[in-house]
Design a protein around this ligand. Structure first.
Ligand code: NIG
Ligand code: FE
Length: 415
């Protein structure tokens, strides 16, 4: 006996090899113990739904998609950087602001000063904006503490957020995000500290699911990044990398050499990097919010990713500097308009490929028998509408592990 069976609408399962969108029209979806136990055309059900499940739910004419996954965020942080936004409008560049002591290190100051409850409260509001748009899983990085205590504080808050909001949280340790003031002029010493103290402490406390670094002229060199990655391997933690965002330091190839789950940003990645990624199974995570905010002009090599078969994910990169974004639907639109991705590619980027970027593909990212019953119910006539609109949220309900959020967005029901 199933717990629930959903009938009456359509499903975009996002399964590979199941046609466009993995679409099943006039579908049925059965849930048992938080997992998908039956999925297919309603006409194929072995009997009447009432006889198969304790509860029958209707989703008349609507679309179900897998729960959306935001696979790259810096959601937990103190303060904001609206002043830098103004400075950029007055002509300063992101790099100039960072070199003048603004940028990431200014958020570090605010995050160190904030207590756990304050961090939790501010991040919960940003997370609520994302769950209202159908996010059921999210990655959250540290990297605004840089000292041991604040890095662990950020990661603890990230884990608590997930429990509180009914969202699956994957935490990533990003100690090598920026050089803290107390290590001025001593970047190698700071990397020593990350490898000897903060990273092992985060691993020991069970607070890190992965390890990330920012490989860039304003952050850490490829050699310093590799030291962090070798330490991560010793601690049995997978890696990912902020790579080739502002210049080509060979970051994508470096990430691939270390078997990274993902390489992220990638505006300056060349063909050698793309080939290395495909060989390693590394996902390309593209961040249109940062591209837009920094008014980048160099596009990530989308055609090369397509040609070589690199899976592409899309994320908000939600952070107070380069991407103060809390709308995954806007990212879908930007992925299409700015990066010329198709709406189907964009949706795969926040479902199937985002799951893979987090190493969660065994359980999440597509709707199929045995997968987590994490899904969204949308008031749309065709799935391309998810990427088409700007600033409109058609989510009706969000279901996680079989449990339904009540009236997530009752506004949408009236449209
Ligand atoms: O992904 N590139 C480095 N890190 C963040 C920006 C963080 C910040 O500006 O506070 C990013 O864009
Ligand atoms: Fe980032």
């Amino acid at each position: 006996m199933l717990d629930v069976i959903w009938v009456g609408g359509n499903i975009a399962s996002m399964e590979v090899g199941a046609g466009p969108w993995g679409a099943i029209r006039d579908a049925a979806l059965g849930v048992k113990d938080g997992r998908v136990a039956w999925i297919g055309p309603r006409a194929d059900l072995p009997g009447p739904p009432e006889g198969m499940a304790r509860k029958v739910c209707d989703f008349p004419g609507q679309w179900i998609t897998p729960g959306l996954i935001d696979c790259h965020t810096h959601l937990v942080h103190g303060g904001n950087r609206a002043r830098e936004f103004e400075m950029r409008l007055e002509g300063a560049s992101y790099e100039e602001i960072a070199r003048a002591g603004g940028g990431i290190v200014s958020t570090v100051k605010a995050t160190r000063a904030a207590d756990e409850a304050t961090l939790l409260d501010s991040a919960a509001k940003r997370l609520a904006a994302l769950t209202r748009e159908g996010i059921t899983a999210i990655e959250i990085k540290s990297g605004y503490g840089l000292d041991l205590e604040t890095e662990l504080k950020q990661l603890r808050v990230a884990r608590r957020l997930g429990e509180q909001a009914g969202v699956t949280v994957r935490t990533t340790f990003l100690g090598a995000h920026a050089l803290p003031a107390e290590f001025e002029g001593r970047a190698d010493d700071y990397i020593d500290f990350v490898c000897a103290e903060s990273l092992p402490a985060a691993a020991e406390a069970g607070l890190a699911d992965a390890v990330d670094a920012f490989c860039e002229s304003i952050a850490f060199s490829p050699a310093q990044t590799e030291r962090v990655f070798r330490r991560a391997a010793e601690l049995d933690l997978p890696v990912k990398l902020h790579a080739d965002q502002l210049s080509d330091l060979g970051g994508a190839a470096l990430a691939a050499r270390h078997g990274a789950l993902s390489a992220d940003h990638l505006e300056y990645t060349g063909e050698a990097g793309v080939k290395a990624m495909v060989a390693a199974g590394t996902v390309a995570v593209l961040l249109p919010g940062a591209f837009y905010t920094l008014r980048e002009v160099q596009l990530p090599p989308i055609d090369l990713f397509r040609r070589h078969g690199v899976p592409i994910a899309i994320a908000t990169d939600s952070n107070p500097g380069s991407s103060p974004a809390t709308s995954i639907l806007l990212m879908l639109n930007m992925a299409c308009t700015l990066f010329r991705m198709t709406p189907e590619e964009a949706l795969a980027g926040v479902t199937r490929n985002a799951a893979r970027a987090l190493g969660m593909q065994a359980t999440n990212g597509v709707l199929a028998r045995g997968k987590a019953a994490d899904f969204c119910i949308w008031n749309i006539a065709e799935p391309a509408e998810l990427a088409y609109r700007i600033g409109f949220n058609p989510l009706d309900r969000r279901v996680r592990a079989g449990d339904e959020d009540l009236a997530v967005n009752s506004e949408a029901r009236r449209v």
